[in-house]
Design a protein around this ligand. Sequence first.
Ligand code: PMV
Length: 360
Amino acid sequence: MNTADFIFQKTTKTVEKATYTWQTPSNIALVKYWGKSEPQLPKNASISFTLNNCHTTTTIEFERKVNQEKSISFELFFEGKKKDEFKPKIAKFFERILEYCPYISEYNMTIHSENSFPHSSGIASSASGMAAIAMCLISLEKELTPNLPEDFYTQKASFLARLGSGSASRSIEGPLVVWGKHPDIEGSSDLFGVKFPYKVHPVFEDYQDSILLVDKGEKQVSSTVGHNLMYNHPYAEQRFKQANENLQKLSVILQEGSIKDFINLVESEALTLHAMMLTSNPYFILMKPNTLEIINKIWEFRAQTNSNICFTLDAGANVHVLYPKAEKQRVDDFINTELLKFCQKNHYICDNTGVGAQAL
Ligand code: PMV
């Protein structure tokens, strides 16, 4: 598929009024995307677990304009309240995708959105949020042009979500999604995410992610600023190469079930992401003292018990604790007795891998 394939082909069909609701999850990258070029194309391929419990639910009501005025018009409600301060980001997204979805300018849109996780918990809501809007638009598009293959709609939803936030391209399907062209991943593309196309070893099925909320504050580095740090970064080219190599290795690990190698690769990816921020200019430390306390406790626990627990990090201080389902009870006990004291207000979220967007 090329970018031009995603341009809407007008038909004679019209839809006067429609309402769609979608629930779309957040995701956690195992091999990280950090660095992009215009228009939101990744410098390296990445792979993530799609989550299940951390999600956004969005309803869009479309009402065809009576006048023929062609401008983007929408109202935005977040958790039941009108949120004009969130509008510029969404407006920018709509402008960016207008080329591919020109029909949006023919409607007055009312958007209602809410997250299952607390706002400003440090859990990125842009991935799940942009994916939910993309799914609602694709539902309308499906009514306007109903006869295209199902795959096309899924790819276009991911393509649109990507233009809102790169990682959102990985929030349409699950439980493992690759975004970015990679020679070892059949069907992979820089334009949209694809489901990991190979059979995954049962040990990675229903994988668990307990998200320890170390710092619920607003992000210290927005992702736009963050990705821009990779321009002129002294280690950028080596990093992009390493990420692609790591994805190649992880593809084999996921198929063979070599969990010790999984742990090593995933933790190294997390620390490398933060190393990129430590070594950029301007430089940032996004981990907090409690992030390090938790990492050290995880390492101690693993050494003492031979558990398969490991961690990964986003561009923030929260720690995602990953482990196989078979270890749930043991890890839960460990989190409750040893790690909760490092979380803000003892707060953590139990999640696991999920299948992606769901129509409600
Ligand atoms: O999608 P963005 O632009 O918010 O970037 C996300 C970057 C990381 O979350 C740090 C890594 C990733 O691959 O999700």
